[in-house]
Design a protein around this ligand. Structure first.
Ligand SMILES: *Cc1c(COP(=O)(O)O)cnc(C)c1O
Length: 384
């Protein structure tokens, strides 16, 4: 595949940089693949909006029939504005404010994923005051031994997310006995950028055991929500433009014993949008250091913070360079030494004015952009 087939470089030349480029045809292919791979009875995918809330992206995802997983009042509003029906919106997060809860109840969203007893109490009070019933699911820490698999980040240790298994019975009792609450089921989310199916299999085993235990006590769950977390290939975006959704959904189909009529919800974020986005940036200077060469670009950590925040690496391409490959440190203009996109990147010889694509930037990119150093927020260009 040549560069020109993937990127409209001629068009890029007339756009002010840096900007986010979204390949909506790839997004559509990804959505189609998710739809096909998840076509089992009762399976529903809610897109985790925190990964990318660009209106062009959101409207494609809502048009494809997916729901939305939101974590703030702002995301609920953006979901409604961009075509998601209230009946397809779920609301998660440890710190839902009274105003956000009221917004969700008035809009008639389909579920609050509750993370503490204190929150359940407040949702109940607000629902009572509004004269409505709040649909709730309880987010449980699956207590899968962290040593069993290093990808599982929630593990045994107490953290701010979710409800400990030991506190669950009292909260189910509360959720099922209140006139102002409708108990929907259980919610889990074990981590992010998980590229191996094993942790998801372990989650299934844990849920099977939990369901057996609670069913024996006469407690049933209408909905099981297994969260998101499926990872993508950051190093080879062109060999894996669409993540392996078949293996992912088949893991749940094989390992999770759903009860008759039970709904299984998924909340994929990164896997849906990461590969369709690139941050396009222009080289301002090539700086010869003592032993290194720096390609100083006009995008910085304010536009894509993942490398600085998580030591993440995104594949970098020189879209306009043609010479022999040389090694460069690709750095941004921001006054922070962590404003580095890559070190020792092998790139066709770089010249001032070259255009770079920083790949796989569709998830946790634009949404995390800031105006640090009083820079303009990056613009958006979408494929035509
Ligand atoms: C962030 C998050 C997701 C999405 O995670 P991805 O790794 O982007 O798939 C899903 N559910 C919850 C509760 C989250 O916090």
């Amino acid at each position: 595949m040549t560069t020109d087939q993937r990127f409209p470089v001629a068009r890029f030349n007339s756009e002010p940089t840096p900007f986010y480029y979204y390949d909506l045809a790839l997004l559509d292919r990804t959505l189609e693949e998710i739809r096909n791979a998840s076509a089992y009875p009762g399976y529903h995918v809610h897109y985790a909006m925190k990964a990318n809330a660009n209106p062009a992206v959101l409207s494609r995802i809502s048009a494809a029939g997916f729901g939305a997983d939101t974590v703030s009042g702002g995301e609920i509003e953006a979901a409604l504005r961009n075509g998601f029906p209230a009946s397809g919106i779920v609301f998660a997060g440890v710190g839902k404010t009274d105003a956000e809860i009221e917004l969700g109840l008035r809009a008639g969203i389909s579920c609050f994923n509750v993370e503490s007893a204190a929150e359940l109490e407040v949702i109940e009070q607000i629902a009572r005051r509004l004269g409505v019933k709040a649909p709730v699911a309880l987010r449980v820490n699956p207590e899968v031994d962290a040593h069993t698999h290093h990808y599982i980040t929630t593990g045994l240790a107490e953290n701010k997310f979710g409800i400990a298994m030991t506190m669950l019975p009292a909260m189910i009792e509360k959720a099922t006995s209140s006139d102002s609450l409708t108990f929907r089921g259980l919610h889990f989310h074990i981590g992010s950028q998980i590229t191996d199916q094993a942790p998801f299999g372990l989650l299934c085993d844990r849920i099977n055991a939990l369901q057996d235990e609670y069913n024996a006590r006469g407690i049933h769950f209408d909905t099981i929500n297994v969260g998101g977390g499926l990872g993508i290939d950051y190093e080879n975006p062109d060999s894996h433009p669409v993540p392996d959704f078949r293996s992912y959904f088949d893991t749940f189909h094989r390992r999770l014993r759903l009860r008759p009529g039970q709904q299984l919800h998924f909340e994929l974020g990164r896997a849906v949008v990461a590969q369709c986005g690139s941050l396009i940036t222009r080289v301002i200077y090539v700086k010869d250091g003592v032993a290194r060469k720096f390609a100083i670009v006009d995008a910085g950590m304010s536009d894509l913070i993942r490398p600085a925040l998580y030591e993440a690496h995104h594949k970098i391409e020189n879209l306009t360079g043609h010479g022999p490959e040389e090694k460069y440190d690709v750095v941004g203009p921001i006054c922070e030494s962590s404003d580095v996109f890559g070190t020792d990147e092998l790139l066709p010889r770089v010249e001032r004015g070259d255009l770079f694509a920083i790949r796989s930037a569709g998830a946790y990119g634009e949404v995390m952009a800031s105006r640090y150093n009083l820079r303009r927020l990056p613009a958006t260009v979408v494929s035509q």
